[in-house]
Design a protein around this ligand. Sequence first.
Ligand code: FAD
Length: 437
Amino acid sequence: MKDIYDIVVVGAGPAGLMVAKEMAAAGQDVLLVDIKKDIPLINRSCCTMLINEPNTHGETVHIVDNNLHFEKTGFTVKYSGQFVKLVKSSRLSPGGYKLTMANEKEGVAHPYTKEVILRDLLQEAVQNGVDILTETAGIKAENINGGVKVYLRSSHSRFLKEVRCKIAFAADGVNSQITRGLKLAKQRKYFGSYRVASYFLDEVDYPYWDSWITCVGKGHTQLGRGQIYMVPKYLPNAKPGDKPILDVFCGSPIGVPSKQSLDWCLQEGPFNEWFHNAKIVHKAACVLNFYTCIMNPVEGNIVVVGDAASFIETYCQSALVYGYRAAQAALKQLDTGKGYEDYSTFWRESFEYCWPGEIEKALQGFGLHMISDEELDYIFSLTDKEEYFGYVSENTAPRVMKEAIMSHIDQIKKERPETAKTIEKHWQSSAEDIVQA
Ligand SMILES: Cc1cc2nc3c(=O)[nH]c(=O)nc-3n(C[C@H](O)[C@H](O)[C@H](O)COP(=O)(O)OP(=O)(O)OC[C@H]3O[C@@H](n4cnc5c(N)ncnc54)[C@H](O)[C@@H]3O)c2cc1C
């Protein structure tokens, strides 16, 4: 490692790898730093579904020749792995009733393999001449004399190293250490934290290989707090014709053990018979801190990209888009002295969670588990045989769910007036109420 680079990127997820490879392709001398030893190896839970709904975070992504093509921004990312086409996304009550969004033609989402896309991006970054430093944490970035000083710490040393650059990118994910030291993070509001545990399971007797399943209701977990998700996807070494595995997740508020909840769900939950012969082939976990977005993701010459600037997540696909856009803006800045604003404006205009009311709307979609299991079984029994057009999307699925449930509200008012009141009250819940519940 040298003491001076043109560019330092902290974090080698989709956002950081994209920034690093693009900046190096344009002739910049780039250092990419990650705390991990093996960059593509995934220990952090991620469903990794490609959200194919047009206009997701201002971009429409298509699978073209097995690669990811970003129609509006106009670039393609190589992907040498497999996709699963899911045509349904179902919310499942503890009694087994469903609320289903379907899209047979385009699919509701296409899970892919994060390890493969990171491997492909890393290979390009190395080919473009990026210096890679693993097992090293970015601790702090400081604007100095028209450039940036970045403090790093190797996993093998107590001492900080300093590296100087013209521009530093904070791409160190949702719990970003780098942004914590910046003034721009002071305007963020904190809602709460979540823990996720997940397993890749083989030999599962799963009836929904064409669906993303979200288990809604207290009865799915031992302590009645948290949410279970199930996503069919391929292992990193899968070949065409192989069988997908099932990635099963449990997310719970801090204080509720997510791994214990996941184990209980698999062994004793309402659908435990699907997992009697299941074999765990990989484990992952993560902590998610819920903050409002950084509205202006540039401070001096420090640029914040991907989840580091976002509420919950940008998705891998949008981390790639924001990484690409941030790199183009930084190159323009180096060239003309005016470029960052292009990126900041695109971020604010395209990332839905920057818009008023979007956080509340999305959380209402997650927050149906606040309604009692018995009421959920009743509500989903009304939607069980129906399918509503939609996609897997944090931003639009809550509206589809709301419309689906509200289309039965007259019947609910007649048959279960108290449940009707609970439902109507649910749509008024605040973000804090839902995260805490
Ligand atoms: C439960 C769950 C489900 C999800 N489902 C989906 C989905 O279906 N589809 C989808 O597209 N996305 C999904 N996501 C979101 C997706 O994982 C992120 O949006 C995406 O990975 C963001 O990319 P990023 O590069 O900004 O951050 P990350 O992928 O988090 O990468 C950050 C990198 O920085 C490194 N790092 C962290 N701190 C430091 C430090 N101090 N110094 C150096 N390196 C550091 C990390 O090791 C990591 O490599 C999900 C996330 C979760 C938690």
